[in-house]
Design a protein around this ligand. Structure first.
Ligand SMILES: Nc1ncnc2c1ncn2[C@@H]1O[C@H](COP(=O)(O)OP(=O)(O)OP(=O)(O)O)[C@@H](O)[C@H]1O
Ligand SMILES: Nc1ccn([C@H]2C[C@H](O)[C@@H](COP(=O)(O)O)O2)c(=O)n1
Length: 686
């Protein structure tokens, strides 16, 4: 997951490949709660690991459920042993539920029926999301729920219910604000329907019926057969009792599929590679984990995408999408049945041939943020003309490519805003898009941007590179790593490649001079080298991170790097690091030879004395004894060789910015490089 302050998406050209989607949030949190209420142990496969499921899991643990393993591990099921429909008397807990509506509302209902002493808390936005209609419904039954702040909104205090006050009358609940209120009652009331049936009556039009459909399907899997009378009355039969189904699989998230369906419709086209066997081969995006027969309502996003022009094929648990009509066709759609996925249509509208109207979306106003307002503000930043009303939004795309604007998208701590606006990176003006606070996707799809980059292509010239060149111990590596971390970019430590080559050659007993130039170059071409996520360096199965960092390894690297054939052999490997979303490359010739068109080149230096002192401190801190005078002599020798060799000598690129870091702290240098980078961006200050 990208945890940076912002993520700059370079202009993207096309997309092709397959993505496996994470589990559905709606199904995951329902299944977790149902498993927790049941008798027996439920083994849940493909559970979503996200902010919202984590708060649910934490709450269930606090309530005494046994959960193994304690956290969701990739590819591993999770086993939940339920409370069997009962909590120990006087159970008390304060539950923090973040901004997860799928945890706050159903848990409130379940705990209000089970009874105990609970405080239901969350993030500030949760305290603006209504829950009054659910509380009113539960109070009809005799549940005790108090508002701790504003009436109608969390945080809440839950006490011991008094069911003697309930006259067996149907429980009434409004259906036109959030379908989660009805879902919550449907999941909680079976706990009280052991002796007599309970009827729930919906007041007003029931919105988002597909989410109720998911709830009913899952209740059936856990042994509760609810009678659905035309979506207006729901009868929970007497004798209801939750029973674990044993194993259960969570479908991939159909709402998350919407971004990749849209991607297929917007980004893909026919390949223009004249050398390809079949020049008219259609590029497509294959989405794994969910198919057209999904139980999730948002799967009907496919119909809307098709209406706009997408070509969608489907099979069991997969979808394949490619571009059909281009530009997309503007649509006028009642989106009540796909409230979450419909946001994606808002960004698809930027690529349409006219004005798109999305109607009956009042529920957007009470989601993670006021989504109608948020979409309108951010779409306008990109150059669209947007009209918004209480329950609709109308979007007219920029008239021509030059009307598009480079926008820094505010994401309102709303995962869906972040994900759908990433699609604006396909704009015809080839402008980058900045997504602020990209980690908000953690709510449902923590690796969304990684998945997006894995299937997107763009011209290499659009992938930004920041070069940091300079002499040894000037701080290049340290600064490059920090800058890459701040921007979420890839990192290329080109010196490491020469160090590895030097190490491999000296281990092979070769003299590191021109007598072995071709042999060493051949070794460099075939190095089984790998950098892992922890920045460790592997040569085959050996972790050589420490071995290549010795002063001797540095000197050997300097020697092999003076051999032109070795330099040539390492070019392609270095170029291969230029991948989405961008690259920070440190070395000696990053700006002069390898990435001559990089938009920012920094030549970082410091006095030889200062560098020797830094190196001394660095070695001592690692427990390696060192002598400043020797270090000074060595680094001056290395400088001389690196600067005076015939091929790609160390020197500032003509268009580089020079920075003397002798009197600067690491933080100052990082801030300066980032500031230079910001000045080159079209977004203004973050
Ligand atoms: N501005 C700075 N102020 C103080 N110390 C610094 C500064 N920049 C880097 N250092 C320290 O100097 C040491 C050398 O830095 P670093 O290894 O990043 O240099 P380098 O240029 O990448 O060296 P080499 O080319 O030999 O790999 C490190 O211990 C680092 O923490
Ligand atoms: N782009 C590069 C990077 C490194 N070298 C050579 C010269 C250095 O002395 C040696 C080790 O680099 P370091 O890890 O200290 O940055 O590798 C080069 O020629 N070109």
């Amino acid at each position: 997951m990208f945890t940076t302050e912002f993520l700059d998406l370079p202009p993207l050209d096309s997309a092709q490949g397959s993505v496996t989607l994470p589990g559905s949030k709606s199904i995951s949190n329902r299944v977790l709660l149902l498993a927790a209420l049941s008798h027996g142990t439920t083994t849940i496969h493909d559970l979503l690991d996200s902010d919202d499921t984590q708060v649910m899991l934490a709450a269930l643990k606090q309530l005494g459920c046994h959960i193994t393993p304690e956290t969701v591990l990739p590819g591993q099921p999770i086993a939940v042993t339920g409370i069997g429909g009962q909590l120990p008397a006087d159970t008390a807990a304060t539950l923090f539920l973040g901004n997860a509506g799928t945890a706050m509302r159903p848990l409130t209902a379940a705990l209000a029926v089970l009874g105990g002493h609970f405080e239901m808390t969350g993030v500030p936005r949760m305290y603006e999301r209504p829950i009054g209609d659910l509380v009113d419904a539960l109070r009809q039954l005799g549940c005790r729920i108090d508002y701790l702040r504003d009436p109608g909104f969390p945080p809440l205090k839950i006490g011991q219910p008094d069911f003697s006050r309930w006259s067996d009358a149907p429980i009434q609940v409004r259906g036109d604000v959030s379908s989660q209120f009805l879902t919550s009652l449907l999941m909680a009331l079976p706990l009280q329907a052991t002796d007599k049936a309970i009827t729930i009556e919906v007041v007003g039009e029931l919105i988002s019926k597909p989410y109720i459909h998911i709830t009913l399907e899952l209740l059936a899997r856990f042994g509760i057969a609810v009678e659905n009378d035309s979506w207006q009355r729901f009868v929970i039969p007497a004798g209801s009792r939750y029973r674990s189904p044993g194993d259960i699989h969570v479908e991939a998230d159909a709402s998350s599929a919407s971004y990749f369906i849209a991607l297929g419709a917007i980004a893909t086209g026919t390949t223009d590679d004249a050398d390809a066997d079949n020049a008219t081969e259609r590029k497509s995006i294959r989405i794994l984990g969910v198919g057209q027969d999904s139980i999730q309502g948002d799967i009907r996003f496919i119909e809307a995408a098709r209406a706009m022009g997408a070509q969608v094929e489907s099979g069991p648990n997969w979808l394949e999408v490619s571009r059909g009509n281009w530009p997309l066709k503007a649509i006028d759609l009642d989106c009540n049945h796909i409230p979450d996925a419909a946001m994606t249509l808002g960004v698809m509208a930027l690529y349409a041939d006219g004005t798109t109207s999305l109607r009956n979306i009042a529920s957007w106003r009470v989601k993670e943020t006021d989504r109608i307002a948020a979409m309108a503000i951010e779409l306008r930043k990109l150059g669209a003309t947007v009209e918004e009303g209480a329950d609709y939004i109308r979007i007219t795309p920029p008239a021509k490519a030059s009307d598009w604007r480079a926008a820094s998208i505010h994401t309102y701590d709303d995962h869906r805003v972040a994900m759908c606006f990433s699609l604006a990176a396909f704009n015809p003006a080839k402008l980058p898009v900045r997504i602020q606070d990209p980690k908000c996707v953690g709510k449902t799809f923590p690796d969304y941007f990684e998945a997006l980059f894995s299937v997107c292509q763009t011209e290499t010239q659009h992938i930004p590179v920041i070069c940091i060149d300079g002499p040894t111990a000037s701080g290049k590596g340290t600064i490059a790593a920090e800058v890459a971390k701040a921007l979420g970019y890839q990192l290329l430590d080109s010196g490491a490649l020469y160090r590895i080559t030097g190490l491999a050659a000296s281990r092979a007993g070769l003299a590191l001079d021109d007598s072995n130039e071709e042999t060493i170059a051949e070794m460099a071409l075939d190095l089984p080298v790998r950098f892992d996520a922890q920045q460790r360096v592997w040569l085959g199965e050996e972790d050589i991170s420490a071995a290549i960092r010795s002063e001797e390894a540095g000197m050997n690297a300097s020697r092999v790097s003076a051999l032109p054939a070795v330099r040539t052999a390492l070019v392609d490997l270095q170029l291969s690091f230029q991948t989405l979303p961008g690259l920070v490359a440190d070395g000696r010739d990053m700006g002069t030879v390898i990435f001559p068109h990089a938009p920012l080149k920094v030549y970082l230096w410091a006095s030889a004395q200062c560098r020797a002192e830094r190196r001394h401190k660095q070695l001592i801190s690692k427990g390696i004894s060192a002598n400043i005078a020797t270090l000074l002599a060595d680094l001056e020798a290395r400088d001389a060789r690196d600067m005076n060799r015939a091929t790609a000598p160390l020197k500032p690129a003509e268009d580089s910015l020079q920075l003397d870091s002798s009197e600067m702290t690491i933080e100052d240098v990082v801030a300066q490089v980032l500031s230079w980078w910001q000045e080159r961006q079209p977004f203004g200050r973050a």
